[in-house]
Design a protein around this ligand. Structure first.
Ligand code: AKB
Length: 318
């Protein structure tokens, strides 16, 4: 990887991944692709090139690849699960129409392509605990449907055309930098924002609902390491289970209380998010990622909680 295009560079993952890649590949170009209305700002705008790249416009993707001699595309454009349920047609247009554009440009202009999948690619009839790498994937949400389709399509482009497609199934991602929007796992980000500001939190997910979660530094490392992995070791490609921690609302609440003793939480369950959460695994088995490209998480719940609260307290001047 030398010249990289990030599609969706101002989103939750993109804003941090772009900066991290710019720090690593200093000699190359890391191009921040964005859509009008979501322009890069501050450090993201100043530290490297940026260009309008709407994933639904194949020509704009091709123009960026040609202009910057791009060899790797990070496709981070997507609607998160709860929003995708409210706008299923748009979720398909971006998730699958957009992915087809990325794959076609990658085929024609010989790029590698990373397109994240998710724990949302599994459904109620997938094994819940220790969900294997290769198992039943029959999600009932549009988000899940686009994720499974994306995995299959990316594998197809690898086998049929030799496009170097790779990806991981992200758990809920937790970060203090750019807030997520419209995810089922977002409560686990919001809870820290409330705790750090001394506010009471109302949790939209029922106690006892376990989901895989990951601190953003581990997620960014996974996205980079899978694209750097030795291809001769990869038995799988799209997409690898990765995992670092699994908890329910009570566990994260109690962990935060260790550092913010007067923090309070009550429940007001959101039926849509709750039904999505219940259809997702409790905990993935990431053995294949560990064996095929040495994946290993660095942050557990305690390390993440300390770091999140410290960073957010600085952010909010507390
Ligand atoms: C969501 O909740 O939609 C995402 C995901 C787990 O894919 N964070």
């Amino acid at each position: 990887m030398k010249n990289i295009l990030i599609i969706g560079s101002t989103g939750q993952i993109g804003s941090e991944l772009t900066m991290k890649l710019r720090g690593i590949y200093k000699e190359g170009n890391v191009v921040a692709g964005y859509i009008p209305g979501a322009e890069p700002k501050g450090e993201l705008a100043e530290s490297g090139p940026s260009m309008i790249v709407d994933i639904t416009n194949a020509q704009q993707i091709a123009d960026a690849v040609k202009k910057y001699n791009v060899d790797t595309i990070y496709n981070l454009a997507a609607l998160l699960s709860a929003v995708a349920e409210a706008k299923p047609q748009l979720a398909w247009k971006i998730g699958i129409g957009g992915l087809m554009n990325v794959l076609e440009v990658s085929r024609e202009l010989r790029c590698a392509a990373f397109t994240p999948s998710s724990i949302g690619s599994f459904g109620s009839n997938s094994p819940k605990d220790g969900t294997p790498q290769d198992t039943i994937q029959q999600p009932k949400t549009m988000y899940g449907v686009t994720k499974v389709t994306g995995e299959l399509l990316s594998n197809y482009y690898f086998h049929k055309f030799g496009v170097d497609t790779r990806s991981v199934r992200f758990p809920g991602l937790i970060s203090y930098v750019t807030p997520p929007g419209g995810g089922t796992t977002d409560y686990a980000v919001d809870i820290y924002y409330y705790a750090a500001q001394g506010k009471k939190f109302t949790c939209p997910i029922q106690k006892g609902t376990f989901m895989d979660m990951m601190y953003m530094p581990d997620a960014l490392r996974a996205a980079i390491e899978i694209m750097e992995a030795d291809p001769t070791r990869l038995v799988h490609r799209n997409s690898f289970n990765i995992a670092s921690m699994s908890f329910d609302p009570e566990i994260i609440y109690k962990k935060i209380k260790e550092y913010v003793p007067d923090f309070e939480m009550t429940y007001e369950v959101d039926p849509l998010r709750q039904s999505i959460a219940e259809s997702w695994p409790n905990r993935l088995d990431d053995t294949c990622a560990r064996e095929e490209w040495d994946w290993k998480p660095e942050y557990g719940l305690d390390e993440m909680t300390k770091d999140m609260l410290a960073k957010l307290k600085i952010k909010f001047g507390k």
